[in-house]
Design a protein around this ligand. Structure first.
Ligand code: GDP
Length: 180
């Protein structure tokens, strides 16, 4: 994420979430949508983040998932420092796609991240991911609960497995960045 390998004029969209929230699958499913979001270069890898240039118009930044229990305290700290710097202190001022597991609901680490994003005035789109795992009879209720928690922000129900939400999320990303 240093200045040398990124064009600073293009908007950044950062994808974050707990490890296992389905972030990699989501980015794969999003970038696989023909004519909407095309990966035009191989993902670069810098400081643990994957970087995708999308339609030569914006960068998708795939940040390491939070909640990495297996990492040493030291490496966890340096990871956190990088993510923190990137999200809140760098000039990139990325918009953020916050991915939560819709079946589990937002965890305390999700809520901590959400609060920090709000405090730092980041634009946020919430993804309620893996909706295919929720029983049909409970889906509306669960989504309502999640929408209540993230009141005031767009919450997009999503499932990479079932192909739900790709269009809505793509439209939200392109609309918000005012480049479409
Ligand atoms: P990441 O750690 O956040 O990048 O998560 P991954 O994309 O690697 O996915 C973590 C696990 O969740 C894997 O076992 C995936 O198969 C599963 N997964 C990801 N997306 C979905 C989804 O939409 N529905 C279901 N049921 N499982 C999913």
């Amino acid at each position: 994420m240093d200045k040398d390998n990124l064009d600073n004029d293009l908007p950044h969209v950062a994808f974050i979430g707990r490890s296992n929230a389905g972030k990699s699958s989501l980015i794969n499913s999003l970038t696989g949508v023909k004519n909407l979001a095309r990966v035009s270069s191989n993902p670069g890898r810098t400081q643990g983040a994957n970087i995708f240039l999308i339609n030569k118009a914006m960068y998708f930044i795939d940040l390491p998932g939070y909640g990495f229990a297996k990492k040493s305290v030291e490496s966890l700290q340096s990871f956190c420092d990088i993510i923190h710097w990137y999200l809140f202190d760098s000039d990139h001022k990325p918009r953020v796609i916050l991915i939560v597991d819709a079946e589990v609901g937002p965890t305390s680490s999700d809520l901590e991240m959400f609060e920090e994003l709000q405090v730092n005035s980041r634009e946020i789109i919430v993804v309620a991911n893996k909706v295919d795992k929720i029983k049909k009879s409970q889906l509306a209720n669960q989504l309502k609960k999640i929408a209540g928690i993230f009141e005031g922000y767009q919450v997009v129900p999503y499932s990479s497995d079932a192909g739900v939400g790709t269009r809505e999320l793509t439209e939200a990303i392109f609309r918000e960045s005012k480049i479409n």
